[in-house]
Design a protein around this ligand. Structure first.
Ligand SMILES: [Cu+2]
Length: 260
């Protein structure tokens, strides 16, 4: 059991570190976090300087006669508006600009299976598990040679993985901390996400949307293989799938056709 390895000697610093980034673009998300944190700390220090500085400047010791102000003179309003605008422009609008650029330049640049190496996976979320479907040798989803796994996603390194996701019951959220990305799965709708994983190993997939009493149990395992190992697993699984898939089992036949 993995959680037993969290011994008491693990420092809070180790625990507060983000998980290993195994993707090409995860650093974009990390740098947004760092940028936001640095600016928040910067403005926090400014506020502290103001608070303690003015407390000292206008202390009773230094000012025997009290001075009353309501802060409603034009000068005061201008200073307040200037500080407000500076914070809004440098923090909020800048984060919006940076994340918008990342979306348009990277995360919404959908890989095209016709022109590049892409592994397509269909994801079905339900209370409280994840099912994954790979197209078999016929390259079509929803046919008898599909590989279907439960709570077990396996992908090769150096390949873009394109997911189409939906949900059987309520809204869930497909979250892979090691690639920094999450996307909602919504009943009656297909959502998309793509990422790649470049370090072989085993990682967590979790549900990031409160979806019911056993939400906390809704997790799956991500295994990243070298391309060679993945192809070996895939061909073995395709043979097993052909024997095991029952086209009349409505519960298993949830795959859908892809449109590009
Ligand atoms: Cu869920």
């Amino acid at each position: 059991m993995d959680f037993l390895n969290l011994s008491v000697s693990t420092s809070w610093w180790e625990l507060s570190k983000p998980p290993l980034d195994i993707s090409t673009n995860g650093h974009l998300i990390d740098s947004l976090f760092v940028y936001t944190s640095v600016l928040a700390v910067f403005y926090f220090i400014l506020v502290c300087i103001g608070l303690f500085g003015f407390s000292y400047l206008y202390s009773q010791k230094r000012n025997k006669t009290p001075y009353y102000t309501y802060g409603n003179k034009k000068k005061h309003l201008l200073v307040t508006a200037f500080i407000g605008a500076a914070v809004f422009l440098s923090v909020d609008l800048n984060i919006t600009r940076l994340s918008n650029n990342d979306l348009l330049d990277v995360f919404w640049k959908w890989p095209n299976p016709k022109t590049e190496k892409v592994l397509r996976v269909e994801v079905m979320a339900q209370q409280w598990m994840w099912s994954f479907r790979y197209a078999g040798p016929d390259d079509q989803f929803g046919t008898a040679d599909d590989i279907v796994t439960n709570n077990d996603l396996r992908v090769p390194t150096n390949t873009k993985i394109l997911f189409h996701l939906t949900s059987k019951d309520v809204i869930h959220s497909f979250f892979v901390p090691n690639v920094r990305l999450k996307v909602d799965t919504i009943p009656g709708r297909i959502t998309r996400v793509w990422w790649d994983a470049n370090i072989p190993g085993e990682y967590d997939i979790v549900c990031a949307e409160m979806c019911g009493t056993h939400h906390y149990l809704m997790k799956a395992k991500l295994t990243v293989y070298s391309e060679e190992d993945f192809n070996r697993w895939r061909s073995t699984s395709e043979k097993l799938a052909l024997n095991a898939n029952d086209p009349d089992d409505k519960n298993l036949a949830w795959g859908w056709k892809w449109e590009y």
